[in-house]
Design a protein around this ligand. Structure first.
Ligand code: ADP
Ligand code: GLC
Length: 482
């Protein structure tokens, strides 16, 4: 049996702000239990739902030297769907109404604490990992501390590390002096071949330098991040480590996202009966959100963090031209940058009955949007993988995407001559290219429903469960352990 420990800042069902939590919550379940014991460690946030906090039991606690102080580290545990979770408790760091705040330096301190606490806790867990699998910048210091501070101790000897990039945009950087002070790492680590990055110190870079293997969440993104445009300043390093970098596309939990059984949607359906049954969800959502009640109008959904990454400036640019003319309904569910939140609120007011802006976070409503809509719009500027388009495919909702990162790898563009493809896509980051792609989809929807339904058929027939990708992770673990 090989032991793998996932270290991450969020994980479903305990805490989620985006796709990282979906991955951390679903991938461990799908790794073959005959060969691997995969466990997960995340912070215990005060803002976790009470329902989940109630499931945690206290395991142990200790005090750890960190940032010139002696800090409390509590360890709690829980088991969900056969996967063991550990939680690091410290209310000073993990209190508050949200998992993440806007004070970058405090965030860095918080996750430096987390990374060191995870390693310090290991000997107390009765679980010695062969591999520590780190996710995103918040855990970038784990491979660094492991080498610098822990590897000398026999218990840690031989532990391998993997660093997975879910989003290269976020790196955890700040001035070197402050980060040296917080982490307690010696000067040796703050050189350009280690944590230093354009004069600052960079936690993700530390992880990328010291991890034994690097992965990211789609093959295309693995290539893109080696270029200037997508590389966020780390493309040089990623090129240098290209031999240790691989792209493994994400999957989604096919039990949680299943239109046949989903308890959050109003009417169940499947790949056989969606032609008759799926529309009942559209009617229900029109009723719920106060949209005009028409069966025939094409309904397009957006479920997203409302940030620049997601291509919303393109949407903003054509909203009037699109919604003022075309026969469509647009349902938006998301939170994020104020400019986008207000933009959608404005168009909800202007095109009432046609546009519905739901500026909040709701797991339940997100499932109903995936189930009710005819198409799903995701015109991202960059997209490491993207899970929303996979959820849309699973619910027979045709994705309209920009060809970048995981969107390119998971949505096959419709080809009317060969009758192939699972969605619609455009290449350039251009609002009118997006609009003409949307209008092409509208044309097929309104003028050739049979063809449209075949696109849905093919989309629902794709398999983006973890089945294939989990095996790729296993192969990598095997290769690392040797
Ligand atoms: P990212 O991780 O970049 O935000 P992904 O497509 O990988 O993008 O994952 C986004 C996840 O967050 C999906 O599960 C999506 O359904 C969910 N999500 C985003 N915004 C909301 C919201 N306002 N309410 C509910 N779920 C949301
Ligand atoms: C990040 C990316 C998203 C990806 C998710 C899970 O949040 O933005 O594209 O699907 O992580 O890997």
């Amino acid at each position: 049996m090989k032991n793998v420990l996932f270290v991450a800042s969020e994980g479903v069902p305990f805490i989620k702000t985006g796709g990282l939590a979906d991955v951390v919550g679903s991938l461990p379940k799908c790794i073959d239990k005959r060969y691997f014991d995969v466990r997960v460690i995340i912070p215990k946030y005060t803002c976790m739902k009470q329902e989940w906090k109630d499931k945690l039991t206290f395991k142990t606690s200790f005090y750890m030297d960190f940032h010139w102080k002696n800090e409390y580290v509590g360890i709690l545990e829980a088991e969900v769907d056969g996967v063991k979770y550990y939680f690091i408790d410290n209310e000073m760091y993990f209190g508050g109404f949200k998992p993440y705040g806007s004070d970058t330096l405090f965030e860095i301190e918080k996750f430096a604490f987390f990374s060191k606490a995870v390693l310090s806790a290991l000997p107390l867990l009765d679980f010695k990992p062969d591999i520590i699998h780190c996710h995103d910048w918040q855990t970038g210091l784990v491979p660094v501390y492991l080498q610098e501070r822990f590897q000398g101790n026999d218990f840690f000897h031989g532990i391998r590390t993997v660093m997975t990039i879910h989003n290269l945009k976020f790196q955890g950087k700040w001035d070197t002096k402050s980060i040296r002070d917080i982490t307690g790492l010696p000067e040796y680590y703050f050189m350009p071949d280690k944590l230093e990055c354009y004069k600052d110190a960079n936690l993700l870079k530390g992880g990328l330098v010291f991890a034994d293997a690097i992965t990211t969440v789609s093959e295309t993104y693995a290539e893109e991040i080696k270029t200037d445009f997508y590389g966020e300043g780390l493309n040089g390093l990623l090129c240098a480590r290209a031999g240790d970098l691989r792209g493994i596309v994400n999957g989604i939990d096919y039990d949680d996202f299943n239109p046949e059984k989903d308890t959050m949607i109003t009417h169940h359906y499947n790949a056989m009966n969606f032609r008759k049954e799926k529309i009942k969800n559209k009617r229900a959502l029109q009723e719920e959100l106060g949209l005009d009640k028409t069966d025939k109008t094409m309904m397009i959904g957006i479920v997203s963090r409302l940030t620049d990454q997601k291509g919303l400036d393109l949407v903003s640019y054509i909203m009037d031209e699109w919604c003022g003319t075309d026969n469509i309904q647009l349902v938006v569910l998301g939170t994020g940058d104020e400019q986008y939140e207000n933009m959608f609120r404005h168009y909800d007011w202007k095109y009432h009955g046609k546009v519905s802006a739901n500026i909040y976070y709701s797991e339940d409503l997100s499932h109903r949007v995936y189930a009710a809509c005819d198409a799903f719009l995701m015109p991202s500027l960059f997209e490491p993988c993207g899970l929303s388009q996979l959820m849309a495919l699973r619910y027979g909702t045709v994705p309209i995407v920009r060809e970048t990162g995981g969107l390119k790898d998971t949505v096959e563009p419709y080809n009317e001559y060969e009758s192939t493809g699972t969605g619609f896509s455009f290449v350039n980051y251009n609002a009118h290219e997006m609009l003409s792609c949307i209008r092409y989809a509208e044309k097929v929807y309104y003028e050739n429903k049979r063809e449209w339904n075949k696109i849905v058929d093919r989309g629902m027939g794709t398999d983006y469960s973890w089945h294939v990708s989990a095996m790729k992770y296993q192969e990598m673990y095997d290769w690392l352990i040797g």
